[in-house]
Every structure is written in structure tokens, then in C-alpha cells.
Design a protein around this ligand. Structure first.
Ligand code: ARG
Ligand code: ZN
Length: 402
């Protein structure tokens, strides 16, 4: 017991139900963080489990012997992500690094200040710990009756590539406009870079593996609601849990959390103009659409399928990366209370959740050197889908159809 192990990520594939049960036990009794699946309730035979094991849980050697260690040097990786350009030899740009919350707030102000005609900050609400939730509104044309799209990032705190994408996206849209003029002439874009600022802050200061927000519960040991289980879409049914200690805790009631409430309020207020909703997560490389809260098919299932299929095809052609795609419940698991399903039922019929890189190699600890590639893939998907939405919704009526 004098050994000091370093933090590790293990990949384990339980073969039998008995092994599944052992593994469930391990994750509940030891200080571990489950990376995949997100909660022990989803564990099943023959399905890979990605488990983060902190070094202090020294008994791990007995418990896990025989399993594959996928990331032996987690501490180094975390350090790499947070050092952030203090290395003078680093050639990476601002957008190829991860940023602490304060730096993202500064960036928001700077971006609005530097582009007074096209970028505005909108305060959509505040977090449990009273941090502001700022969205940017990008508007490149004064045409009347403009439609809009909404993108949010950072619902889940540990998915750092997600806020990084929102920054990347805003930068791309405001500098390389030409390429997407068509889209921007027709649509305004709302971008909320960090929907869960309290959680994000916490991943920088205290626990890199934090997922939920930071709202206390009646149990002083268990903090946080899973904001992507807190929306009013078959709220807290199978795939979410009513227990504050769970990673998929649905909260006390739908929209109980100020973060989900703020986004829901904004979307309700703007539902007549917003045609496209996209929520950015990681990891696993998937392009998902409703429903996740039921196995039933969405009304325009085939349209949505066609869109993600085309997006995945482009990503494969341009970047040689594979993205799975489909309706959430059938592609991963039942997960009620998600923002995409809720937005869909509100009437935003083009609603998506993207899971960005990678497929488990680094998981939530995607190295900064991979940010550019991951973001360009997601950007390809956003552009492809936005164009298709325009085609479908703004197609000129043929004379015969008048
Ligand atoms: N990994 C995401 C989550 O568990 C998937 C989101 C898919 N959409 C949904 N409504 N569950 O939140
Ligand atoms: Zn997520």
C-alpha cells in the first residue's frame, strides 16, 4: 500500500453478466469516474467500459489486473491541456488551445467589441453560482424576416472540446465568411459557448472529470444535476435517474436548473425564427437527432437521417474520420430530458446533438494538438446540415405549387 500509482484510464469489456455486476460494484465503491457508459446502469455484456481510476485508489492493481490500460499517463495529459501556451516553442493559435472560464469571458467581450456591427452579446441567464450565461448573436445581413440557428456548447463540464468548438466556430464564421455566405445571408447564428460555467470552472480547479452542474442537493455529499437530463422531454424516465449522486441525475423537476431554464426560455422566445438547433458534446464521434427519450421515430426522421448521413460522408471524405449517425435512442441509448428532443418538440424540427472526437483513445482528454481537426470535422457537419435546412425550408415555390 505504499505504492503511488498514477491516474489511469482502463478499457474493460465484461464478458458475462457476473463481470458486469462486479464492474458496477467497483465503480460504486471506489473513487473512479466512469467515462463510458456515462452511468453504471448502461453497462452490459460485451460492451466496452472506459474507466478513469485516480492514483490514490491504490487497491486498483488487484481489482483490475488483466485489463487493458489505455491511458497510463493521465496526469501528464491533463497538464498538457492546462499549461496552455506557456511553452514559448508552441506554435498553436488561441483557437488550438483549451481556455479557462475567465479567458472565455474575456474572449466573448473582445469578439463583440472587435465586431460591433456583426456580433452582439446576449445575456440569456445565469448559472446556479450566478455566473452569466452569455450567447453571441452573429448577424451578417440586414435582410428582414431572417431565420436563425442556435448552437450550444459545454452542457457537460468535462467535454472540453465542446466550448473549444464554439470559439472555433465563431472565429471561422466571422473571418472566413465567403465560404458560408449563403448560410449567413439567410440565417443569424446564436452561439452559447459555455452552458455550464460552474461545472466548467470546477473541471479546471478541482475535478477534471466533472460532468454535471454544481447545484447542491439535499444530500451534502452529492452535487450536480445532469443538464442534459433536465429538459422536459419524457423527463426522468428510463435512461435518467432521480438520485442526486448519479451522473445522470435529472434534477427535482424539468428545468429545475437555471442553466437549462435559461436556454429553454430563450428558445421558447425565439422559436419562430430558430429553425436549427445543435448541441455539441464529446466523445464518440456521432451525429445524433431525436428521439433519445423514446425509441419512436421523429416525424421527419428520413430528412434528419439524410442530413447526418451526408454530413458523415463529407467528414469521411475530407478528414478520413468515421462518425456514426442516427436517432439517439437507437444509436446510443435511451436518454430522456435532453435539450435536442425538447427543442424538437418545441417545433425546431432540425435538431441535433454532435459527439465530437475522439472514439475513446483520449476520451475527454483530447490533446490540444487535435482541436483543429476535431473542430473542422464538426464545422463540416454544421455547414452541410445548415445548407440542407435552407434547401428544405426556403425552397422557392414552383409556380405549379402556388
Ligand atoms: N451523450 C449524450 C448524453 O448522454 C447524448 C445526448 C443525445 N441526446 C439526448 N437527448 N440524450 O447526454
Ligand atoms: Zn455530453
Amino acid at each position: 500500500t505504499l505504492f503511488q500509482f498514477s491516474d489511469q484510464v482502463l478499457i474493460i469489456t465484461p464478458e458475462t453478466q457476473e463481470q458486469v455486476d462486479i464492474l458496477k460494484n467497483v465503480t460504486s465503491q471506489y473513487e473512479t469516474a466512469l467515462w463510458q457508459p456515462v452511468s453504471p446502469v448502461y453497462m452490459k455484456e460485451q460492451a466496452e467500459v472506459h474507466l478513469f481510476v485516480p492514483g490514490e485508489s491504490f487497491e486498483t492493481e488487484q481489482v483490475y489486473s488483466g485489463f487493458r490500460v489505455s491511458l497510463p499517463n493521465v496526469n501528464e495529459l491533463i497538464e498538457m491541456q492546462t499549461m496552455n501556451g506557456t511553452d514559448p516553442r508552441s506554435t498553436s493559435t488561441f483557437y488550438e488551445r483549451y481556455h479557462r472560464l475567465e479567458d472565455i469571458y474575456d474572449w466573448l467581450n473582445r469578439t463583440a467589441h472587435d465586431n460591433p456591427r456583426t456580433v452582439k452579446t446576449i445575456l440569456v441567464g445565469s448559472s446556479h453560482e450566478k455566473r452569466p450565461l452569455y450567447a453571441l448573436k452573429l448577424s451578417f445581413s440586414d435582410r428582414p424576416n431572417r431565420k436563425a440557428m442556435w448552437i450550444d456548447c459545454g452542457i457537460h463540464a468535462r467535454e472540453w472540446i465542446s466550448p473549444a468548438f464554439c470559439l472555433w466556430f465563431v472565429h471561422h464564421v466571422s473571418t472566413v465568411k465567403v465560404e458560408i455566405t449563403d448560410i449567413l445571408n439567410n440565417m443569424d447564428v446564436y452561439v452559447l459557448p459555455v452552458m455550464n460555467p460552474d461545472g466548467y470552472k470546477y473541471t479546471w480547479t478541482t475535478n477534471r472529470m466533472w460532468r454535471k452542474n454544481r447545484a447542491p442537493s439535499h444530500n451534502p455529499k452529492c452535487v450536480g444535476v445532469d443538464l442534459n437530463r433536465n429538459f422536459d422531454a419524457n423527463w426522468c424516465t428510463e435512461g435518467a435517474l432521480p438520485y442526486p449522486c448519479s451522473e445522470i441525475y435529472c434534477g427535482a423537476f424539468p428545468e429545475s436548473e437555471p442553466e437549462s431554464r435559461a436556454v429553454a426560455d430563450f428558445l421558447r422566445e425565439h422559436k419562430d425564427s430558430i429553425q436549427l438547433y445543435i448541441s455539441i458534446h464529446s466523445y464518440s464521434q456521432m451525429l445524433l437527432f431525436p428521439y433519445s427519450c423514446t425509441v419512436e421515430e421523429a416525424g421527419n426522421h428520413n430528412d434528419l437521417l439524410e442530413m447526418v448521413q451526408e454530413a458523415a460522408r463529407k467528414i469521411r471524405t475530407f478528414y478520413r474520420s468515421t462518425y456514426k449517425y442516427g436517432a439517439g435512442a437507437k444509436t446510443i441509448y435511451l436518454a430522456p430530458g435532453g435539450s435536442d428532443d425538447w427543442a424538437y418538440d418545441l417545433g425546431i424540427k432540425y435538431s441535433f446533438t454532435f459527439e465530437l472526437q475522439d472514439r475513446g483513445e483520449y476520451g475527454f482528454l483530447l490533446p490540444p494538438s487535435r482541436i483543429g481537426n476535431a473542430c473542422n470535422e464538426a464545422l463540416t457537419a454544421v455547414k452541410t446540415i445548415a445548407l440542407k435546412v435552407m434547401e428544405k425550408t426556403q425552397a422557392p415555390k414552383s409556380p405549379a405549387a402556388v
